[in-house]
Write a protein that binds this ligand. Structure first.
Ligand SMILES: NC(=O)c1ccc[n+]([C@@H]2O[C@H](COP(=O)([O-])OP(=O)(O)OC[C@H]3O[C@@H](n4cnc5c(N)ncnc54)[C@H](O)[C@@H]3O)[C@@H](O)[C@H]2O)c1
Length: 363
């Protein structure tokens, strides 16, 4: 028996909203029915392209009976509030990265989804890339032997014009940080998805070339829970921008990735695999995102709804990258001190604290 595709609303029709629209239209079991943006022309233009309704009021979008799921594409510091509203309206949620910039808000969002019996799925489209899945399976399957190093370098470029393109960008209040919390969260999530959770970090975060209150460059030493060490680097001030690079080594092998391409696959006792060639991605151009990964996210959420099972990236799954980045900021504030994870948040405000006791981070 054929059934109607699941209806989606998009909240936020800026840079990434149109990618969600493309993905929803391309997905097997989804249909775009409504677009919401506080800027009327944006909502209208995107909606009309797909024959959907539009509104400037999130309440109006959420009350619609033909909306079963919502793509949250608003500024990062609004994600939790908008996702909670969607959960309370009984809508399933596909939430852009990061799920929120506050750990407390992420936990409240997870709770709201659970209490309202809707699925909360996070976007980290790099996890849907077949090469990344292959690397993770090899690492998790023990092919590299005892893991010794797991590094991720995300040296991207964002011009001054990018920061000027929307008032929330590079603000603590709504972006939650800079090169790490906005762009670098992709790499931090990917390497921790492959390596496992981080146990402790020590880091420097600086604004070196941009007149912004948040970091444009950061470097962290990380000790993974499995005992391996690693380096995380993130910048948006590296002209002309390089592909994200990952290097993972164990005493039985090494894998290197340049963007989505595996450029080294050397495992003891295995024939060397043919390696791929890197292609340019969004390292210098925030608009250079294709919708392939987002289609996978939309289809996964549709299957989760139909089959009543968890989406691939739950809120809890998407949370750890934010926690690692918060720990990096805390460490930098303490001059590179070692910060142990997990972090806890203050009872009396939006801040988080480390076991050091003295370091406190707003937002
Ligand atoms: N997955 C990716 O690769 C990727 C790429 C870009 C952006 N993002 C994420 O997507 C989110 C949005 O980023 P962007 O670059 O599209 O930002 P943007 O500023 O271009 O778009 C955000 C839109 O939200 C609208 N908005 C703000 N408040 C609203 C409200 N209360 N109700 C409805 N609409 C509202 C704004 O008017 C704006 O059009 C961010 O969290 C960012 O991290 C993800």
């Amino acid at each position: 028996m054929s059934q109607e595709p699941l209806g989606f609303a998009i909240i936020g029709a800026g840079v990434i909203g149109p990618t969600h629209a493309q993905a929803i239209e391309a997905a097997a079991d989804a249909k775009l029915v409504c677009v919401c943006d506080v800027i009327e022309e944006r909502a209208q233009a995107l909606a009309e392209k797909y024959g959907a309704a539009w509104t400037t009021s999130i309440g109006e979008a959420l009350i619609r009976e033909d909306v079963q799921a919502v793509s949250v594409c608003t500024p990062s510091g609004m994600h939790g509030d908008h996702a909670i509203k969607a959960a309370e309206a009984g809508k399933h949620i596909l939430c852009e990265k990061p799920v929120d910039i506050s750990l407390r808000k992420i936990d409240e969002t997870i709770q709201a989804a659970e209490e309202n019996h809707v699925w909360l799925a996070g976007v980290f489209q790099n996890r849907t890339v077949p090469e990344h899945i292959k690397v993770r399976e090899a690492v998790r399957g023990g092919k590299l032997g005892k893991l010794v190093l797991g590094d991720c370098y995300q040296k991207w470029y964002r011009a001054h014009s990018y920061y000027a393109s929307a008032g929330w960008r590079a603000t603590w209040e709504l972006d939650g940080g800079g090169a790490l919390m906005n762009q670098g969260v992709h790499g931090v999530d990917l390497i921790q998805w492959i390596m496992g959770k981080a146990a402790r970090v020590s880091a420097y975060a600086r604004h070196l070339t941009r007149n912004i209150p948040v970091e444009d460059t950061a470097v962290a030493i990380v000790e993974w829970e499995n005992g391996a060490l690693g380096v995380l680097e993130g910048t948006t001030s590296n002209y002309p921008g390089l592909n994200m690079r990952m290097e993972i080594s164990g005493d039985d092998g090494t894998i290197v990735m340049d963007g989505n391409a595996i450029t080294k696959w050397a495992i003891q006792g295995e024939e060397a695999e043919e390696v791929g060639e890197a292609e340019e991605g969004a390292s210098a151009d925030p608009l250079a995102i294709n919708s392939v990964g987002h289609v996978a996210h939309v289809e996964d959420l549709c299957r989760a709804i139909r089959e009543n099972r968890e989406p691939a990236i739950t809120g809890r799954e998407a949370r750890h990258a934010v926690e690692i980045i918060k720990a990096i900021y805390l460490s930098s504030r303490e001059g590179g001190a070692t910060i142990e994870l997990p972090l806890s948040y203050d009872d009396d405000g939006p801040g988080i604290t480390s076991k050091l006791g003295s370091a406190r981070l707003e937002w």
